[in-house]
Each structure stands twice: as structure tokens, then as C-alpha cells.
Design a protein around this ligand. Structure first.
Ligand code: FAD
Ligand code: EPU
Length: 342
């Protein structure tokens, strides 16, 4: 039975802790709930916001429409072959708990993505990534429901057009589909991704040598690194990296490197270089700075924070000022990773 409420505070439902209100609010627990919802004529034409864990959104004002909180649960092992096990999860499953399910069952591929907040259904939306792995590497397919027609569609890997923090769901398919289930292709024999220096250092601190390496150890190392670096939204409001790391032409990178010899950069093919936005923001003097109730995190300059009581507009204004500084000092335009809900 669907329970549609009105004038609901979204503060507990977004990790920035912004106190915006939803005109209407409903929680759905199955595809059938969704189909019932889409038959209610009074909600057909009003704007809708699909919400998972609210860990990658910035609510800039009250939402004058229907917020649909996705709580579709369930984890099912579908089938296996010699190399892989195929597991389907409901979009409302907590991401980290799903990763832990895989790790516990020796299903490899997602361990580097441990402790990323949010839900399974939002993971393909921006092709979540961390410590050398992106979710597309273990992605098999997803099922989504067209919000206009109620039709269920399966998206295979190629249909999703994955990129760095990108997918079709941030472009043509934005707001049109609600992802209900995602199927992952997990490996029976792990390939360990330990190229990130921090992972190697942490494994060494844990006393794990190359010969003892397991996906459980990698997951644990990633959890430790993340806890030491990233602010816990339960303590201080944030949505992880606020901007993407920009990719700039190699020529521009070489010019900047001549002026700033310590500028880090990671080659993307022959012609482009990815520059850590955190370094650019820190260099502009923003790290640890506070502006009213908003600020830039003291340990990670790519994370904007709500010190308490900030509005979405205030965070947006801070983000704009950070963008302007980086553009003026380095000629690089930072693109937000966070989804602005306007
Ligand atoms: P939400 O914030 O609820 O939604 C995000 C967007 O997806 C919205 O536009 C929403 O409408 C849409 N959406 C959500 N669910 C669905 C659905 N079922 N169907 C269709 N659209 C949907 N991200 C990384 O990639 N790597 C990291 O290392 C990382 N670290 C983080 C650390 C912290 C401390 C925090 C707070 C965030 C971090 N993030 C990271 C960002 C965030 O955790 C991910 O983007 C996550 O996938 C968002 O999931 P969510 O359920 O909270 O999505
Ligand atoms: N750096 C600074 N100052 C800072 C922060 C970073 O100089 O305050 C520089 C350092 O050179 C550092 C480099 O940036 O070596 C990279 O920093 P870090 O390893 O913390 O990672 P990141 O590039 O800032 C990205 C992702 C994270 C992901 C980590 C680990 C993006 C936008 N962010 O951050 O994802 O967890 O790598 O793989 O790609 C997210 O998307 O929300 C997120 C947290």
C-alpha cells in the first residue's frame, strides 16, 4: 500500500543535511509499487525526483514535486559459469552492504568500491569509482522503468554509455528512467587492483604481503583509507567529491607544469592529462576555509561541507566561488560531480 505524504523535510535523506522540503513524498518497495504510482493521474505530470541514499545531490530549494524514495530490496544469485557468478540486487539495497555480501562470498570485482555511500541503483548512474576500479567493470545489465510509459527496459553495458563519472542516465535518459535492479558479473578468481599507493601502504601497515592478498584484505584497506580521509556525513554534511577531476589537453598541462613544477597529473592516453581538482582547489587557498555555515574540508579540498544549517544555495555559491578561483588561477573549468536539484 503506497503512502503518499506531503510537505516532508528531506534533511534526513540527503548527506549534505540540507533542510529542503518535498511537496510530496513516497517510498516504493517493488516494481509493482512503482506501476501503481504511475497510474495515479494526479502525479502524472508533476516533476519527480528519484532518491536513493541522497549522497550525491545538492537540494538548492524546496522540491515542488514528488520525491520517490527507492527502497526496492533483495539480493539473488542468478547463475554461474566457469569464471563468473551473476548476482542481481534491488536498486534500494545499501551499496556497501551489497559489496560486503560479495566480499563475504568470495565474489570478486567490487572490493575496491567498499564504503561508498548510497544505493545499488545509483551506482551505474555516475559509474561510481574509487581506488582504480569503476563499477562498469563488474556491470552486466540493469532493469529500469520508463516513468512516462511504465515500460520495463533492460540496459546492457553498451546501452549505458559509461565514462568517468558518466552514463546515459546523466544525459538523454536523465529523469526518464528509474533503475529498479542491477545485475553484476562477479569473478570467481580475483584480479587484485592495488596500483593506488595508498592501498599498498595500508596493506603493508596491516601486515598483508602480496602472497596473503585477498579481496577481504583489499576491502578492509579501502575502508581504512576512506575513514582516514573522507568526512563521515553523519558528523559533517557532504556529498563526497563535489567536482570531477578535470581532463585537460597535454599541451595545456605542460604549460602549467612549467609554472607549477609540483602539479600532479595522470596521462589519459597520449593527448590528455587528468589533474586532481583537490590540488587545484588547495592551491587557490580554499582548503579548510569556512564561509558562513559552508566550507571546504580541511583534509580533502575536493569535498565541500555543511558545518550545520547551510542552505543549498549557500553551498552552490561557495562552489561557484571555488570554480571562479580555479578558472582565474589555472584556466581550468571545474565541472560538478554532484547532481544539483533545482
Ligand atoms: P542519490 O544521491 O540518492 O542520487 C544521485 C542521483 O542518481 C540523483 O540524480 C538521483 O535522482 C539518481 N538516482 C538515484 N537512484 C536512482 C535510481 N534507482 N534510478 C534512477 N536514478 C536514480 N562516488 C564515487 O563514485 N566514488 C567515491 O569514492 C565516492 N565517495 C563518496 C564519499 C562520501 C563521503 C560521499 C557522501 C559520497 C561519495 N560518492 C562517491 C558519491 C555517492 O556516494 C555516489 O554517487 C552514490 O552512487 C550515490 O548514491 P545514492 O543512492 O546516495 O544516490
Ligand atoms: N590533493 C591535494 N589536496 C587535497 C586533496 C587532494 O593536493 O586536499 C591531490 C593530491 O595530489 C592527491 C590527489 O589530489 O594525491 C588525489 O587525491 P585523492 O586520492 O584523495 O583522490 P581524489 O582524486 O581527490 C578521487 C575520486 C574519489 C575517490 C578517490 C579514490 C573524483 C572526483 N573523486 O578523489 O571519489 O574516492 O579518487 O579513488 O574522481 C567521489 O566521487 O565522491 C569520490 C570521493
Amino acid at each position: 500500500m503506497l503512502s503518499i505524504q506531503s510537505h516532508v523535510s528531506l534533511k534526513p535523506y540527503n548527506t549534505f543535511g540540507i533542510d529542503a522540503k518535498a511537496r510530496y513524498w513516497v517510498e516504493i518497495e517493488s516494481r509493482e509499487d512503482l506501476q501503481t504510482l504511475l497510474q495515479l493521474s494526479e502525479f502524472l505530470t508533476i516533476p519527480k525526483l528519484i532518491l536513493g541514499g541522497g549522497s550525491n545531490i545538492l537540494l538548492t530549494r524546496n522540491f515542488d514535486g514528488l520525491v520517490v524514495k527507492n527502497s526496492i530490496s533483495g539480493i539473488d544469485v542468478l547463475r554461474e559459469d566457469d569464471l563468473h557468478v551473476y548476482v542481481r540486487a534491488g536498486a534500494g539495497e545499501n551499496w556497501h552492504q551489497f559489496v560486503q555480501f560479495c566480499v563475504r562470498n568470495n565474489l570478486a570485482g567490487l572490493e575496491n568500491l567498499s564504503l561508498i555511500p548510497g544505493t545499488v541503483g545509483a551506482a551505474p548512474m555516475q559509474n561510481i569509482g574509487a581506488y582504480g576500479v569503476e563499477v562498469e567493470q563488474a556491470f552486466e545489465e540493469l532493469e529500469a522503468l520508463n516513468m512516462n510509459t511504465g515500460e520495463v527496459r533492460t540496459f546492457r553495458h553498451a546501452d549505458c554509455r559509461f565514462g568517468y563519472r558518466e552514463s546515459i542516465f546523466k544525459h538523454e535518459a536523465k529523469g526518464l528512467y528509474i533503475i529498479t535492479h542491477v545485475t553484476f558479473r562477479l569473478d570467481k578468481t580475483p584480479t587484485f587492483h592495488t596500483s593506488y599507493g595508498a592501498i599498498q601502504e595500508t596493506l603493508a601497515e596491516m601486515g598483508i604481503s602480496h602472497d596473503d592478498l585477498t579481496i577481504q584484505a583489499i576491502s578492509e584497506a579501502v575502508v581504512r583509507i576512506r575513514r582516514s580521509k573522507l568526512p563521515d556525513p553523519a558528523q559533517i554534511g557532504n556529498a563526497g567529491s563535489f567536482f570531477k577531476n578535470p581532463e585537460i589537453p597535454k599541451e595545456q598541462f605542460d604549460q602549467l607544469k612549467a609554472q607549477h613544477p609540483d602539479m600532479p597529473g595522470y596521462p589519459i592516453g597520449e593527448a590528455a592529462v587528468k589533474v586532481p581538482a583537490g590540488w587545484l582547489i588547495e592551491r587557490c587557498g580554499w582548503k579548510g576555509k569556512r564561509v558562513g555555515n559552508t566550507g571546504v574540508h580541511a583534509k580533502q579540498a575536493l569535498v565541500l561541507v555543511n558545518h550545520g544549517g547551510a542552505t543549498g544555495e549557500e553551498i552552490k555559491a561557495l562552489a561557484k566561488n571555488v570554480q571562479t578561483s580555479v578558472a582565474e588561477q589555472f584556466g581550468i573549468r571545474l565541472t560538478p560531480e554532484v547532481n544539483f536539484i533545482e
